[in-house]
Design a protein around this ligand. Sequence first.
Ligand SMILES: C[S@@+](CC[C@H](N)C(=O)[O-])C[C@H]1O[C@@H](n2cnc3c(N)ncnc32)[C@H](O)[C@@H]1O
Length: 294
Amino acid sequence: MQVNTTYEPFSQQPEYIQVNSEFLQTLPLNSINRVLDLACGTGTLAEILLSIRPEAGIVGIDISATSLDIGRRHFRERGLLAENQAELDERIADQRGGVLFVEGSADILPFESDGFDLVMMGNSIHMLPDKDKLLSAIHRVLKPGGLFAFNSAFFVGTYPEGTEYVYTEWIKSALAYITEQDEALRESGKPGITRKRGKVKKAFNKGWMAADQWVSLLEQNSFGVQHNGLRTMQWTQESFETVGAYSGFAEVMMSGYPAEVASQSLQEGAKRAFSTCGVSAIPRYWLEIAATKK
Ligand SMILES: C[S@@+](CC[C@H](N)C(=O)[O-])C[C@H]1O[C@@H](n2cnc3c(N)ncnc32)[C@H](O)[C@@H]1O
């Protein structure tokens, strides 16, 4: 089974686009010209932002060269790609908008201070290990009074009551799938699937933060929180399959297993779990926070 292990299939789900569109529409975007999209992936948020504010010049930064390549191709086809900073500046001056993709880490920003009106970060903030380092980097590149807006589906409180059993069934089914694959391989005389002990990471949800912890951390880092709320996204079987196939997720969730096996097992596990649980979609909360630079 060939699996697309990038985040793109999940980020193109209509429910994903809706939850992000609704979030970005709540932001005061009227006089926003310069935007930084942190951990931008293939540029899903950048595209939504341009549909609301076509004049915006957006710099997207991500550590995945593969995602950036997909993003560049996509925006080039639409005539919205800036090849370098000078071209992006020109586009902003002409109010044409566009996107420049840069490879790098979200917490080491190669940009001048006080340059952006808005820094946005879609469903990635939980992936950065040092939150103070990240917030200090964001604070530096924002203009005074500039806005930092992020959302995340990986925080304490993301599971609406009565939905967790589907996740339990998902992991159980994924592990059962791996056992079956392992047995089939061994029966045919091939090496089985082994879980590398040293590579097993800490529990998936360890380190998730609650909304009030995010608010305190932002305040400590000289941000004034303007908005802090929850939005509901319906997660369909396809949502589970596509997010499960995403290597960044699968490698943490099924840590220690080879990446391809982890992705396949979560994709197959989603099919089985939805059938066993007899559901067509379950809700999941997304945390949304917007804060200004003090
Ligand atoms: C869940 S995806 C979200 C992508 C995009 N924001 C979206 O909503 O479609 C997480 C992204 O974070 C990126 N990423 C992870 N750690 C990063 C880091 N330290 N700096 C920059 N990007 C990072 C991954 O490569 C991936 O593209």
